[in-house]
Design a protein around this ligand. Structure first.
Ligand SMILES: Cc1ncc(COP(=O)(O)O)c(C=O)c1O
Length: 460
């Protein structure tokens, strides 16, 4: 018979907010030791800890559901997969297999999409920093350029002149829907007339052709009416552009921002965090599009393509993180704390989410307020400042979810090696989709000038 672990006796005061009928405490006995039939301990034994675990099934289902939500209401729809959310190659290819285009925001992301085999015509090129070199390549390959500012427009004009070709461009707009903080640093301001001036400049240049409008109204948008208003404003602008019949906008791109089912921390939390279904967003967008495009219908002209660039709603809940407790502590103020092998270096979204955290073995003892720290020798490394969880012991594993969005891209190569990512395949196999870093990887970019090849003190 195995010996029961000793748990220190403790008394905790009855605290407002921890013990109440709405159950801020996790239900007693809650734990999870497997994912899609795979034992978590066995995954760690094979691939190490910490470990990102990705579900192929969930990822494909998410992509299909999002697309279906829009396609049920509108026939010409494109889902641009936002690379910055998670550009692990296998994850991108799953989404490309599901028909997603690539939405990229830098030279690196553009080159990555091309290396994966995505043709230029299926790349939406956003972002404020596109060099002349990458623009030249993207133009040559037929990528969709989303112009961010006037200097970029000048560069595109120069390339079009040099190459003697007509370059189609999409204008990125920033606008105020009244429902979310406008992202006014990107693109051309609609309300001030800046966007109108940029459009006129494009129209007057015979080597440019304005074919699309884009805007991105923010991230984790919980209000479908925000998208309806965005679409209304974009259609109004399209109608203004097309009034003399010369121009035809072929695509309206509403950017990303659909929320995932993660829990935003209090400071970012709107008063009530109810996450609408994708179908509710699609309905709001498409209704507004049909209304805003009535002028086209009256003229018997075709409707534009609808593009959305969802990132976090596509991938967030398709990934989990397994992390291990490396030690426990009692803080001077009496709170319990645990040090994990994954911190904000690995789980960057800990800065703004209260992720779900579960033990992977049956809990022993009542939940206690616990602080979760990461492994970094830095005070900022707090994975969770306050969590009600049963007493933790060294060697315990925790399952943190959902973590698929913005961690495998924003993670920091800082102090620790970055861990492996595995894929739970639909056929029940498990495959490594990104190896853990090691010393070779960490030193690969370093160069040592001749006189610094040795670390032996120099005797002069
Ligand atoms: C232009 C653009 N498109 C799409 C996205 C993806 O956003 P989300 O992950 O919120 O869907 C972003 C994120 O910032 C973005 O800037």
């Amino acid at each position: 018979m195995s010996k029961k672990p000793w748990i220190a006796p403790s008394m905790s005061p009855h605290q407002l907010g921890t013990l109440n009928k709405f159950g801020l405490r996790p239900p007693r006995g809650e734990y999870q030791d497997q994912l899609e039939g795979h034992n978590l301990e066995e995954l760690v034994a094979e691939f190490g800890s910490p470990l990102f675990v990705t579900s192929e099934k969930r990822l494909r289902e998410n992509a299909r559901r999002l697309r279906r939500a829009f396609q049920a209401l509108y026939s010409d729809v494109v889902h641009g997969w936002s690379y910055k959310t998670n550009y692990t190659s296998a994850i991108c290819n799953i989404l490309h297999q599901e028909g997603c285009w690539a939405e990229v925001v830098s030279r690196f992301e553009y080159e990555k999409a091309r290396r994966l085999g995505i043709p230029g015509e299926r790349i939406l090129f956003n972002g404020p920093n596109k060099s002349a070199e990458i623009l030249r390549r993207a133009i040559g390959e037929g990528a969709h350029l989303h112009v961010d500012h006037l200097d970029e427009l000048s560069t595109i004009e120069a390339i079009a002149r040099d190459q003697g070709r007509v370059v189609p461009v999409t204008l990125r707009l920033n606008l105020n829907t009244g429902y979310s903080e406008p992202w006014s640093r990107f693109g051309f301001h609609l309300e001030s007339g800046e966007a109108h001036e940029a459009a006129r400049r494009i129209e007057l240049n015979p080597q440019l052709c304005l074919t699309g409008l884009h805007s991105h109204i923010g991230t984790f948008i919980l209000e479908p009416r925000a998208y309806a208003e965005q679409m209304r404003l974009m259609c109004e602008f399209a109608a203004w552009l097309e009034q003399d019949g010369e121009m035809r906008i072929k695509s309206l791109d509403i950017g990303g921002g659909l929320p995932s089912r993660n829990a935003l921390q209090g400071v970012y939390l709107p008063p009530a965090q109810a996450v609408p279904q994708p179908e509710e967003f699609a309905r709001a967008v498409v209704d507004a599009l049909h209304q805003g495009m009535e002028f086209r219908v009256r003229r018997n002209q075709p409707l534009p393509r609808l593009i959305f660039e969802s990132g976090r709603a596509t991938v967030d809940d398709a990934q989990h993180l397994i992390t291990s407790v490396v030690g426990t502590k009692r803080l001077p103020d009496g709170r319990r704390a645990a040090v994990l092998d994954a911190g904000v270096n690995t789980l960057f979204t800990a800065f703004w989410y209260n992720h779900q955290v579960k033990l992977t073995r049956p809990p022993v003892g009542p939940p206690r307020e616990t602080v979760l720290y990461g492994p970094l020798c830095m005070n900022i490394d707090v994975v969770r400042s306050s969590l009600q969880i049963a007493p933790l012991r060294q060697g315990d594993r925790l399952l943190i979810s959902p973590v698929g969005a913005y961690n495998n891209t924003q993670w920091l190569q800082f102090i620790e090696y970055r861990p492996a990512i595995v894929l739970l395949q639909e056929d029940s196999c498990v495959s490594m989709i990104r190896r853990a870093e090691n010393l070779e990887v960490m030193c690969a970019q370093d160069e040592l000038p001749e006189h610094l090849r040795s670390c032996v003190p120099v005797t002069r």
